[in-house]
Ligand binder design. Structure first.
Ligand SMILES: Nc1ncnc2c1ncn2[C@@H]1O[C@H](COP(=O)(O)OP(=O)(O)OP(=O)(O)O)[C@@H](O)[C@H]1O
Ligand SMILES: [Mg+2]
Length: 395
């Protein structure tokens, strides 16, 4: 068999790492790209991107940002953490202004919002005008003169009270700017419950008309395509049996696709093809890594009661009868229904036949079973220190 130089892996395991080949959501991407080209927004002034950890939300935002920039748009990207408004107004917008064409910048000089130097570079805000994001956005949009719009992406929306209040103020400014005719697309990303909490805030009613993009997992066909085309970018092919193994291992879960692909690639990276042996080696490594990097975080995001619900489910290998969860948790049926609804809405669990639920995320059930077993075994979790308590110090 012909061998090649050791080639760097084209797979991209890691949070926020834009994949070389973006699987799924082709229709949404092409429709949103079309808005960047035509400025014909339709219902696409606001977009809500939901999904569990590692499902591909940040990558989707990055993909949109790149497409928007290519189409001549201004891009404001941030996450929903404290200080959002001032970061955007005091740092992001001045930087954007200085990157605009001289013609566009010249159009901004007469507005009295910002001060410029002789080279029409941003110097400061005019202190006479009350700084408002709304005014900034309208001015920037007008300066583009229909050659582009403004894409705003806000990642990591979380349902903390203080954060939500700040975010809703931000949203109110954006909605005013939209009313004033600014060409804006705003995209929020987070888990479903957090986005729902955002919609329930004051000032965010305009978001109820948003386009929703839900990340569950890739179809089997898209998963195959991602493996084959990503390997192709690195100049290698994948044997059929290896491909089947990688697809079923990853279950279409984006982070796992990248991890499995990466491990398989590295196992023998100078060979022309990725073989079944490579895929088999990738199997164990990828599952262990995805547990520590993804699944433990997904589980840790949940409240105690949510965790207890999932623990009660994990007693079954396959699907679980809701009535059994009621028994195992020793609470009322109504109580279990409330938590079931929430977990289904946030994508952790899905209904699997009447009166049954099942884990949506591959390997979550197995992870919980192992955690519970480890707790039961006691030792191990503390590194064996239980047998060696610290001695009392003489006082
Ligand atoms: N559509 C996709 N096709 C293939 N791989 C993808 C896709 N989207 C994301 N990935 C890969 O999955 C991993 C996780 O992606 P990303 O960080 O975007 O997830 P996320 O939903 O933002 O996670 P979190 O909720 O923790 O922020 C990365 O390794 C990325 O390269
Ligand atoms: Mg992310």
């Amino acid at each position: 068999m012909q061998t090649m130089e050791t080639a760097p892996s084209p797979f991209t395991p890691g949070y926020g790492k834009k994949p070389a080949i973006f699987g799924g959501h082709g229709q949404e991407l092409s429709e949103l790209r079309e808005v960047f080209d035509t400025l014909d927004f339709g219902e696409n002034h606001s977009v809500l991107v939901s999904g569990l950890r590692g499902a591909g939300k940040t990558s989707f935002l990055t993909t949109l940002q790149d497409a928007a920039r290519d189409a001549g748009w201004l891009v404001i990207s941030d996450d929903a953490s404290a200080g959002l408004m001032s970061r955007v107004m005091d740092s992001t917008i001045p930087t954007l202004i200085n990157e605009m064409t001289p013609g566009s910048r010249a159009r901004l000089t007469s507005l009295g919002i910002w001060q410029f130097n002789a080279d029409i570079e941003y110097v400061d805000r005019h202190r006479t005008v009350k700084p408002q994001l709304r005014t900034d956005l309208v001015a920037l949009s007008a300066a583009l003169e229909g050659s582009g719009g403004i894409l705003i992406t806000i990642d990591e929306v979380s349902s903390g009270k203080v954060r939500l209040r700040e975010l809703s103020k931000f949203a109110l400014q954006v909605s005013h700017a939209l009313e004033d005719g600014a060409q804006i697309m705003i995209v929020f990303a987070g888990v479903k419950v957090s986005l729902d909490a955002l919609l329930a805030e004051e000032h965010t009613t305009f978001l109820r008309r948003s386009r929703e993009v839900e990340f569950v997992r890739l179809s089997a066909q898209e998963t195959q395509r991602v493996f084959v085309e990503t390997a192709g970018i690195g100049g290698r092919t994948i044997d059929d049996d290896a491909l089947a193994k990688l697809v079923s291992l990853s279950q279409g879960y984006p982070y796992l696709v990248q991890l499995a692909g990466d491990y398989a690639w590295r196992n023998n990276s100078s060979a022309e093809t990725i073989s079944l042996t490579d895929a088999t080696v990738a199997h164990d490594k990828a599952i262990r890594a995805v547990e520590s990097r993804v699944i433990s975080r997904v589980y840790g995001d949940l409240s105690d009661v949510d965790q207890k619900f999932l623990n009660a489910m994990a007693a079954d290998e396959d699907r679980t009868k809701v009535a059994d969860i009621v028994k195992r948790m020793d609470v009322s049926d109504a109580y279990v229904q409330v938590y079931k609804k929430r977990l289904v809405e946030s994508g952790y669990v899905h209904v699997a036949g009447h009166g049954y639920v099942q884990f949506s995320m591959p390997y979550l059930g197995a992870y919980i079973r192992r955690q519970i077993a480890a707790e039961g075994a006691g030792a191990g979790s503390d590194g064996g220190w239980a047998a060696f308590p610290a001695p009392d110090l003489p006082s």
